[in-house]
Design a protein around this ligand. Structure first.
Ligand code: SF4
Length: 440
């Protein structure tokens, strides 16, 4: 039996939760967990396969880890998640270094997979993509003080460029009581900030309760003692209704930060990409949100070079961004993915998509700098995360900063407890980050 197991988690927060669940199942089954791949006699790489760059990253990791079979003590290399779900047996044929695969419907079978590999078999576990969301326990790997909370799995939106529905299955909400139970457990374990995630959280509850119940869920989460911040990631624009806006505005614990991926603003492109609503609808929504939620920080994601994006459509996107002044944006060049409706559509070449991505990144960085500069002199509540030995100061995040995707707040002061909230007076900006000192 492989006794010491390592796990490398790639891709998004939703996948990270699957990794945390696999670690918990392995621990419960008696395996020793290591975070040093060189120490492991079995390694699991939990992959992403959303776009080309994610696939390349996964393959690089697989090849690098496979080297440990020759030079280290590694005996078993398993690949889990989106890459094997998308490519199935083909992955084993192309990468003979891999000893077995677990698709996105089989994370809970990780112990079985290792047992099969130990018995000399090649696990090929591709379970039901549309099964209810796993309720396995987790070993939370984030923090201090914060954790992701997955409320649903899969997606029913079927945007024309996206492979997610085919690798993560139909939209399935977790029962509300299970989510609340998990959130209470996280709070009892010291979590103060919950990051509510799913491919699309606005649809939460539609499959289970016949209507979206995100607002109700958020209100219930706010009642949990110990939880101080609730951050909402991935809201599909057209399901953001008045009840949800009121909830965000009224509930103190909900940080005034919403992540609303819009992808583009041009009507023709939105339509071709099977996105619901028009550019005008999106702009009207943003105006409504700004009016009703003072201090709101909006994050979005955008794709450049989508099918149908000529010079005019691209110009429209730039003009929109100059007007909307979104505080946060992730910009990606379009990656045509096999098996999606957009794959065969005519599109700008990759170089153009990349150049436009650089242009938008530049435009957005000026908008983000302006926003950061407007915060100089203010006192911000910050979740302290640790001490930076190089910068010789503490760091953390304000309500306007989500982990991994946004900047940090660096600050000086004494007696700071990582995982707790402090008040920081902002004194300057530094390349997308803020700098300050303890205010109290
Ligand atoms: S909303 Fe669209 S882009 Fe997002 S996961 Fe679903 S299909 Fe993909």
């Amino acid at each position: 039996m492989s006794k010491t197991v390592g796990l490398i988690s790639l891709g998004c927060a939703k996948n990270l939760i699957n990794s945390e669940q696999m670690l918990c199942l392995l621990k419960e089954a008696g395996y020793t967990i290591t975070d040093d791949p060189a120490e492991a006699d079995a390694l699991i790489i939990n992959t992403c396969a959303f776009i080309d760059s994610a696939k390349s990253e996964a393959i690089d990791n697989i090849l690098e880890c496979a080297e440990l079979k020759k030079t280290g003590k590694l005996k078993t290399l398993l690949v889990a998640g989106c890459l094997p779900q998308r490519y199935k047996e083909e992955l084993l044929e192309e990468l003979p270094e891999v000893d077995g695969i677990l698709g996105t419907g089989s994370f809970d079978e990780v112990v079985t997979a290792l047992e099969q590999a130990d018995a000399g078999e090649t696990p090929l576990l591709l379970g039901d993509l549309n099964a209810p969301v796993s309720e396995a326990g987790r070993i939370v790997s984030t923090g201090p003080g914060w954790a992701y909370l997955k409320i649903a799995e899969g997606c029913d939106n079927r945007c024309a460029f996206c492979v997610i529905p085919s690798i993560r299955g139909r939209y399935r909400s977790r029962p509300m009581e299970r989510i609340l139970e998990e959130a209470k457990g996280l709070a009892a374990g010291g979590v103060k900030e919950l990051l509510v995630v799913a491919q699309d959280i606005t649809r939460y509850g539609l499959d289970l309760y016949g209507k979206p119940r995100l607002a109700k869920l958020v209100r219930e989460l706010c009642r949990i003692e110990g939880i101080h911040w609730i951050r909402l990631h991935y809201l599909y624009p057209d399901l953001i209704d008045d009840e949800l806006i009121r909830t965000v505005a009224e509930e103190e614990k909900v940080v005034k930060y919403l992540d609303i991926p819009i992808q583009h603003i041009n009507d023709g492109i939105l339509k071709r990409m099977h996105r619901r609503g028009s550019g005008a609808d999106l702009e009207a929504l943003l105006t409504r949100l700004r009016e009703q939620i003072p201090g709101l920080v909006i994050r979005t994601s955008l794709i450049t070079g989508l099918p149908g994006e000529g010079v005019e459509e691209f110009g429209q996107l730039c003009d929109f961004l100059r007007r909307a002044k979104l505080e946060r944006a992730g910009v990606f060049p379009y990656s045509p993915e096999e098996g999606t409706p957009a794959f065969s559509m005519e599109r700008p070449d990759t170089e153009t998509a990349e150049r436009r991505c650089d242009l938008i990144t530049e435009l957005q960085s000026r908008i983000m700098d302006e926003f950061n500069e407007s915060r100089i002199g203010t006192v911000q509540e910050v979740l302290a995360e640790g001490f930076d030995v190089v910068a010789e100061c503490w760091y953390g995040r304000s309500y306007a900063d989500s982990p991994d995707v946004d900047g940090k707040v660096f600050f000086t002061g004494k007696n700071v407890q990582p995982g707790s909230f402090v008040r920081v007076r902002i004194t300057e900006t530094l390349d997308g980050d803020l700098v300050g000192e303890l205010a109290d």
